[in-house]
Design a protein around this ligand. Structure first.
Ligand SMILES: NC(=O)c1ccc[n+]([C@@H]2O[C@H](COP(=O)([O-])OP(=O)(O)OC[C@H]3O[C@@H](n4cnc5c(N)ncnc54)[C@H](O)[C@@H]3O)[C@@H](O)[C@H]2O)c1
Length: 252
């Protein structure tokens, strides 16, 4: 018996990397998968491989989310939403950032999570609950000087997840984030720009390790968690200070 038997799972960024592996794992655990990606060919390829359904479009576009919900309505609801699509974007000097790359980076990384949560919450609430997991990054927990815009968007994801959890808990909906270091995917091949990461002593994380952490979050007690995923090590929770902690007078 799989851990997602008879469940319906949405995965964004399903055409490549972590998202593709998530679709394979969730299907192997018994879920019917809705594979969402901007790229029609890779979305269709993943959906076909896992016996799922492809929905093609931009996660930053509310119209895409209307089609995702229409698709899941036909299938019978949404038990799990893995909001994973993202782009690395521009890592050069800030004054060389184009308008298009800026809006695509914020759109995919932040909009894809905020609009995804907005779309799936009413469906999950009506069914009595559900699980949402987002892919943030270690660059969303600490400043990452290699790409400040990417780091800003991933901080936004981690904060949105942790800040949304209390209000969603009343509806039986959990929301958590996986925060990987550097994962062995096509995004990293592009971002590393020919750097020999092994020679730098950086162990690449397998996409399957990230997916296992996401599945564990989705199927365990708790919400509002940001877990760090590193190569070959058990995921560990990252404790963010609370709003109340920082509002307290010094010395308290
Ligand atoms: N690769 C890493 O080292 C790493 C580390 C930490 C976090 N992450 C995050 O993991 C997630 C997955 O990354 P990956 O490494 O698998 O990358 P990837 O490039 O292999 O896959 C990303 C997928 O998302 C899709 N996508 C991009 N923008 C989209 C949009 N606006 N709408 C719909 N689909 C869109 C792409 O077409 C692609 O199929 C991203 O959010 C990324 O920021 C990656």
């Amino acid at each position: 018996m799989g851990r997602l038997e008879d469940q319906i799972a949405i995965v964004t960024g399903a055409g490549s990397g972590i998202g593709r592996v998530a679709c394979e794992r969730f299907a192997a655990e018994g879920a019917r998968v809705v594979a969402v990606d901007l790229d029609a060919d890779t979305a269709a390829h993943t959906a076909e491989a896992v016996g799922g359904v492809a929905v093609v479009g931009d996660v930053a576009d509310p119209e895409l989310w209307a089609r995702v919900v229409a698709t899941t309505d036909e299938l019978g609801g949404i038990d799990l939403a893995y909001l994973n699509a993202g782009v690395y974007g521009h890592s050069g000097p800030i004054d060389e950032l184009s308008d298009g790359v800026y809006s695509r980076t914020v759109g995919a990384n932040v909009g894809g999570v905020v609009l995804g949560v907005r779309a799936v919450v009413p469906v999950m609430r009506a069914a009595g609950g559900g699980a949402i997991v987002a892919t943030a990054s270690v660059a969303g927990l600490v400043p990452f000087a290699g790409n400040p815009i990417y780091s800003a968007t991933k901080h936004a994801v981690a904060a949105f997840v942790a800040a949304s959890a209390p209000s969603l808990a009343g509806d039986g909906i959990t929301i958590d984030a996986v925060c990987p270091g550097i994962v062995d995917t096509p995004m990293t091949e592009g971002a590393a720009g020919g750097l020999d990461l092994a020679a730098l002593g950086i162990d690449l994380i397998e996409p399957a390790e990230v997916v296992t952490a996401a599945l564990d979050l989705a199927t365990s007690e708790g919400t509002g968690r940001c877990v760090v995923v590193r190569a070959g090590q058990p995921p560990h929770p990252w404790e963010l200070p609370t709003f109340a902690d920082l509002m307290a007078p010094p010395g308290d």
